[in-house]
Design a protein around this ligand. Structure first.
Ligand code: HEM
Length: 449
């Protein structure tokens, strides 16, 4: 084996705080500049240090070996405070059983049911827009896309008042996870307004889901929703005692799905609308295809394969703005990655955003070019919005279906254009959300067909 290289440290680390100020100033700019330094680059945040995997090949290697590069580290510890050992945060030792138990909920046969609920919420979102209004599109989409996700997960038993509070609670919890991963633990326990909001959102989410699970168990029927399938799942490879999910495991799973699946999906719809507003020619072509395929009807699950351009728009939106832009791992043993020896306990991060914006991987990486996907299947080693390997997103198809239904429904009725010149920028947290996204909404003239 050749000798180990030293992982270079990103420039500009300050005493005590390390790279935190640079990250707070412009996290995406900071991360995007790191591949120029090497395949692996070290970042310092206060007393902590983590290594960003910049090369697509080494990222793929990391994703293929989920035993050595396991879930863990500071952020994951904070995720566990709300999602317990759910599928996204559990260690490798629990992962295969959990994945087998969750997989039936995402089987192709469930999607006709989920998409009926999603299409109804997309319809409600379209119906609430007004001709000539300047809309806070992200807020609007967040509300209805979150509801679509929640109703597909539990068709019954969600209190109306919780439906109102839910998008805010998810945003508060996701923001709280980031803040708590960065702040010293003592500060996260003080009774500050921010900490109180976080604790309230966290306990409200867990208590509400817990009540809904109890109701579903008591009813004993398949409501066609994700929770019914989760509660019915049996793992024939486990011992008798662990063949099904216990109530507390089901709670962790559902809370994980809510956290992992609602803001990420809604935010992708918002980014797609932003990019289409910036590119009216592409928006016009998308609408033409919607008119040809739907002929004035509301979109359904069966229509989606024929809405090819929407597919390309989603693919390109997730390349430019992959909602889960930064994901963490920890090494469970001494290992080697590329030319570098990494001791057990090394914190690593990989970033779909960094890989997707490399100019040696994509031509004109900063441009929105949905046609680059015409007749081209994304390469699974360099197109990573849903990660890869055994820990790849279980909800990718769920998300894709919801995003496509929302885009098809909204664009069949409305045109979107920028409301002002203020630049729309990504607000960086656990996901990438569009800040300052205000779009003018115009009713479409009736299509000819
Ligand atoms: C556009 C929307 C979405 C994006 C961009 C996204 C992205 C991702 C990524 C990158 C991972 C891998 C994380 C890692 O490697 O550490 C992941 C995992 C996961 N996602 Fe998603 N996701 C989306 C929607 C959803 C939805 C709708 C659900 C559930 C309904 C969901 C549930 C999960 C779960 C449970 C995992 C962990 C899988 C495992 O470890 O086996 N996601 N997601």
């Amino acid at each position: 084996m050749s000798s180990s290289a030293v992982v270079p440290t990103a420039r500009g680390a300050l005493p005590l705080v390390g790279h935190a100020p640079a990250l707070l100033r412009d996290a995406l700019g900071f991360f995007s500049a790191l591949p120029a330094l090497g395949d692996l680059v070290r970042i310092r945040l206060g007393s902590q240090s983590m290594v960003l995997v910049c090369s697509p090949e080494l990222t793929w290697k990391l994703l293929q070996d989920d035993r050595t590069f396991d879930k863990g580290g500071h952020v994951m510890d904070r995720v566990r405070e709300i999602g317990g050992d759910g599928l996204a945060s559990c260690p490798h030792s629990q992962h295969r059983r959990q994945r087998r138990l969750c997989q039936p909920s995402f089987h192709a046969s469930r999607y006709a049911g989920y998409s009926t609920v999603m299409a109804a919420e997309a319809e409600a979102a379209a119906a609430q827009l007004r001709h000539g209004q300047t809309a806070d599109v992200h807020r609007h989409v967040m509300r209805y896309a979150s509801q679509a996700g929640v109703r597909a997960m539990f068709s019954t038993g969600v209190p109306d008042e919780y439906m109102e509070l839910f998008p805010g609670d998810v945003a508060t919890v996701l923001e709280g996870i980031v803040v708590r991963a960065v702040l010293p633990p003592v500060l996260t326990r003080l009774p500050t307004p921010g900490n109180r909001r976080y604790f309230q959102a966290r306990s409200r989410t867990r208590q509400t889901v817990s009540r809904i699970i109890a109701q579903h168990r008591a009813s004993g029927t398949d409501h066609g929703d994700l929770l019914s399938s989760l509660l019915a799942a049996t793992d024939t490879e486990s011992d008798d005692g662990s063949r099904t999910l216990s109530d507390s495991e089901a709670l962790d799973q559902v809370v994980t799905f809510l956290l992992a699946g609602t803001e990420t999906t809604a935010t992708t719809v918002s980014w797609a609308l932003h990019l289409l507003a910036q590119n009216p020619q592409i928006q016009r072509r998308v609408r033409e295809q919607i008119d040809t395929v739907l002929r004035g009807a509301a979109p359904s699950h069966d229509d989606l394969p024929r809405l090819e351009l929407i597919d390309h728009v989603i693919t390109e939106t997730l390349r430019l703005y992959p909602a889960a832009w930064l994901n963490t791992r920890i090494t469970t043993r001494d290992t080697r990655l590329g030319d570098f020896d990494l001791p057990q306990g090394t914190s690593l991060v990989y970033s779909p955003y960094v890989i997707h914006h490399r100019s040696d991987v994509y031509d004109d990486p900063e441009l929105f070019l949905p046609d680059r996907w015409h007749g081209v299947r994304p390469d699974r080693t360099t197109y990573l919005p849903f990660g890869g390997g055994a820990r790849k997103c279980i909800g990718d198809r769920f998300a894709w279906t919801e995003i496509a239904l929302f885009l098809a429904t909204l664009l069949s009725r409305w045109e979107f254009s920028p409301a002002d010149d203020r630049p729309v920028v990504p607000a960086v947290g656990l996901s990438l959300t569009p800040k300052n996204l205000r779009l003018r909404v115009t009713r479409r003239t009736a299509p000819d067909c």
